[in-house]
Design a protein around this ligand. Sequence first.
Ligand code: AHM
Ligand code: MG
Length: 337
Amino acid sequence: MVQNTPISVVTIDRFIIEQEKRFPEATGALSGILYDLAVAAKMIASKVRLAGLADILGAEGTANVQGEIQQKLDVIANAIIVKALDHGGRLCAMASEEEEGIIVVPDKFQRGDYVLLFDPLDGSSNIDVNIPVGTIFSVLRRVTPGGGPGTVQDMLQPGFKQVAAGYVIYGSSTMLVYTTGQGAHGFTLDPAIGEFLLSHPDIRIPEHGRYLSVNDAYERHWSEPVKELMRHYRGMNGRRDPMNVRYVGSLVADFHRNLLGGGLFAYPANAKSPKGKLRLLYECNPLAFICEQAGGAAIDGTKRILEVQPTELHQRSPYFVGSKADVEAAAEYLAKA
Ligand code: AHM
Ligand code: MG
């Protein structure tokens, strides 16, 4: 449950500016990136809202609309983010789950000192059935000398180096949650005025979770310690407060529910996917940063996610993220692997 209802109306822009003022040395570049991401999120939200109307709008024959609608929404979301961020002068490169290589900021634009990694529309297979989907993003400061284009090296940094991370959930309402290392804060889009308003300041995840989010269709491929861990969560090993299972199959939706209400999302390694499914740089790291800022934890089974040194852009990782006590239980059981 979320406790703090703000009395004043605070837009995301105002909030970002106020947070920045705490750091007199800040250049405003990071704030600019967050502002641009909020704009991109509003544009994606409006496309997602129209998803079910694709055929009707297409049949109307408006070339523009038809052309756009017929593209896959994850491709559209990818293009929206690139176009909203490539010319701001704050980034030198981007990397997207949708694209194989990095996206270098073109020569015609000024380049800055940051790189952006993102999953433009996670869980997009759920769109056809009207289930929430999300955008996830992570911002790092470049490590190569400034001025030139960003490189893969700038992207391959452990998650504790993130300077900002966030996600947008396109659900019954659209929400943006982000952190710059000063707590995790949530904003709800008021579609009537087109503004994200502070609705969930300083989110705290409960110490123990009520919900377990895992795809147990993979049980037959799990290792024995993973099977034992899941039995523990469900109260089959004598635990007194068994967790309930909630699995949307849309990471942002599962994560968001657990963040607010307490819970654990798990995508363990299994014999068919020895590294799990989720991507370290686009999914695991940003949500781990937010979760830790909210008082939770995230591991790959044994190691803190934010300390994993990435070696490739699209690297996958097993993932356990959520309420601290439940993540600690995972570490304990999986140490026996
Ligand atoms: P995607 O990046 O291709 O959309 O896949 C990621 C999604 C997550 O949103 C979700 O948690 C997971 O895949 C579900 O996978 P599974 O169907 O194997 O349980
Ligand atoms: Mg994804």
